[in-house]
Design a protein around this ligand. Structure first.
Ligand code: SF4
Length: 181
């Protein structure tokens, strides 16, 4: 890449960003992170993930926009989807909420390109995530970077990279409903 292009990277959690951030920087992007966080429950879990994010930011030397923590707002948005299984309609809504919030930040910063770390997870529907990202980017005048980070052992590499950085790795997706799984 001759001229550095700006890219807003939606970071679902620090361990999941431990591969995408260095790879995007190595490709020559000017990366700014974006952390939504209001889907995470309870507060002390949110704080642990925020601390991990700060370590990632320090290690990779990127800037990151962090939304105010508003779990009540997130809960309002997923009302009546509480009993959905993980991977169902509640997760689709949750991805869309996070990506829409990220698209607003990208526009505010005057960035053109937008991507997410969500596709590193072996448990998530990467086609759905990239379809949502494409649609949300299009409606906000942005260009979606269609990546599947879990390719080429991406998840395993992220486990190693986050261990090296000493990042806290959670054992559930994030919301109060995912704890029961
Ligand atoms: S399980 Fe994860 S993706 Fe699904 S609604 Fe909860 S936090 Fe969001």
């Amino acid at each position: 890449m001759n001229e550095k292009k700006n890219l807003l990277l939606h970071i679902c959690c620090a361990p999941d960003a431990s591969v995408p951030v260095p790879e995007l920087l190595a490709e020559g992007w000017n990366v700014i992170g974006f952390f939504y966080g209001s889907n995470i429950h309870p507060l002390d879990e949110y704080q642990k993930r925020l601390e991990a994010l700060k370590i990632l930011i320090q290690n990779t030397k990127i800037e990151c926009e962090i939304l105010n923590y508003s779990p009540e707002e997130w809960l309002k948005e997923v009302r009546e989807l509480e009993n959905e299984p993980e991977g169902g309609r509640r997760c689709e809504k949750c991805f869309a909420l996070q990506l829409k919030a990220g698209a607003c930040v990208a526009k505010k910063l005057g960035f053109e390109n937008f991507c997410t770390t969500l596709t590193i997870s072996p448990h998530k529907n990467v086609n759905l995530i990239n379809a949502l990202g494409t649609e949300i980017s299009k409606s906000n005048g942005l260009i979606w970077e269609n990546r599947i980070w879990r390719k080429n052992n991406g998840f395993l590499r992220s486990v190693r990279a986050s261990k090296e950085m000493g990042l806290y790795r959670q054992n559930y997706c994030g919301c109060c409903f995912s704890i029961r799984n």
